[in-house]
Design a binder for this molecule. Structure first.
Ligand code: ZN
Length: 420
């Protein structure tokens, strides 16, 4: 589906500033740093939104983290391809639509519009492919059919309807990697998370309580599509597996998402991919930290969402929202405090004043570029990168290379931001 407008990203190499290094980032699967990619091409699949509570600061923080990675990759001169889904048919969306008395398609469309506008305002690089699940139903169903044929999946009758069958993934089958190993999750935690994410661990007939749904047979009042595995709709994990493999091949470089997706979502994506013939789903798996507000993880069900659109309506500059989020390390959970936004607005004002000061002594020939590169290559350390810019603006006049680097790597175009 249509993505959003791509912001311009200056090329530092074209300004004679050379290329950055490939970054080292924390990989969840190995719980260690990995330099990604190994070669000159980089690809990333990011788990997208379920379009019913867009776009809160938790979303923005996640997509900003992977936007930063994309920018570092581009600066390293890599050939980059990215893809993302939108879970535009799923239980939380359907429940919300039913509760509010709106058509689920309208709700999804409206929330995707909002998400697009917010991402564009924040100057987040759009994925090369933004794919709605409803655009790939036949491909996903074909993948599920294939897993049934290979014995990686099995059917369970739907209670009260003898003719309808759900399809589940068999986690008891011998797998190349033990279930849970990829997300460093033990049995008790896996069981708890399966329950929390609606995986029905107690459902009769399951071979393992952890077995996730691949295909949900049609239920009264729910959307459904005809398919080689019966009339129904896709399960949550397999949609990402199929879309990612279609768009990026396998293994691609990085599977990315918020930390709450670590299990079962990302774990099962990886197992589904191998069942579908991949040697490996992705080389690395990255998890962004979660954003809390008023003591709880930000979520629609808790009613503590801080929406990007609301902040912008209230007069926040998008670049300040960006700076407020970049002031936190991408892997670190944090609790949003409204005063952080004002601190970011002030930082932005200081940077703008610096950008307007003339470079009256070019013989200084200093640039913030090496500082930005060195901090960001080190597990995308944006808090350190912001401090490096702070220090630089106190010491040296604005120069073309530094301004371009702040735009290219941090996504802040100081020549385009409005003054307060
Ligand atoms: Zn996903």
């Amino acid at each position: 589906m249509r993505s959003w407008t791509r912001p311009a990203v200056p090329s530092l190499a074209a300004l004679g500033l050379g290329e950055g290094e490939r970054p080292s980032v924390h990989d969840v699967r190995s719980d260690a740093r990995a330099v990604v990619p190994a070669g000159r091409t980089a690809s990333m699949y990011t788990c997208g939104i379920t379009p019913y509570d867009a776009t809160h600061l938790g979303h923005a923080f996640t997509y900003l983290a992977f936007d930063t990675l994309t920018r570092v990759w581009l600066d390293a001169g890599l050939d980059v391809r990215t893809a993302m889904n939108s879970t535009d048919v799923d239980d939380p969306l359907l429940e919300r639509a039913a509760r509010d008395g709106v058509d689920w398609r309208e709700l999804a469309e409206q929330q995707q519009r909002l998400f697009r506008a917010d991402m564009e305002a924040l100057r987040i690089l759009p994925p090369d492919a933004w794919v709605a699940v409803t655009e790939r139903i036949p491909q996903i169903a074909y993948g599920v059919r294939r897993m049934l044929d290979t014995g990686d999946a099995y059917t369970l009758p739907v209670e009260g309807d003898e003719t309808a069958h759900d399809v589940l993934f068999d986690t008891t089958r011998q797998r190349r990697f033990a279930v849970g190993a990829g997300s460093r999750t033990d049995q008790a935690e896996m069981l708890e998370l399966t329950r929390e994410f609606g995986g029905e661990p107690d459902r009769p007939g399951k071979r393992s309580p952890l077995d996730p749904l691949l295909w949900r047979a049609e239920r009264p009042g729910e959307p459904a599509w005809d398919s080689p595995v019966g009339r129904g709709r896709p399960g949550w994990h397999v949609e990402c597996t199929v879309i990612a493999m279609e768009e990026l091949g396998s293994p691609f470089t990085v599977a990315a998402g918020g930390r709450d997706l670590r299990f079962p979502h990302q774990e099962m994506q990886g197992h589904h991919a191998i069942a579908l013939g991949a040697t490996l789903f992705s080389d690395a798996r990255l998890n962004a930290g979660l954003v809390a507000f008023e003591g709880e993880k930000m979520s629609k069900s808790l009613g503590n969402l801080v929406l990007v659109s609301r902040l912008l309506e209230q007069g926040a500059r998008p670049a300040a929202v960006r700076l407020a989020l970049l002031a936190h390390h991408w892997r670190q959970d944090f609790e949003w405090r409204p005063d952080e936004l004002e601190a970011a607005e002030q930082r932005l004002d200081r940077w703008l004043a610096w950008a307007e000061a003339p470079d009256d002594d070019p013989s200084l020939a200093e640039s913030v570029v090496p500082w930005l590169r060195v901090t960001l290559q080190d597990d995308l350390n944006t808090p350190a990168a912001l401090q490096a810019v702070d220090a630089f603006t106190r010491r040296a006049p604005a120069d073309e290379g530094s301004l371009a680097a702040i735009d290219a790597l941090l996504g802040i175009d100081l020549l385009g931001v409005e003054r307060r």
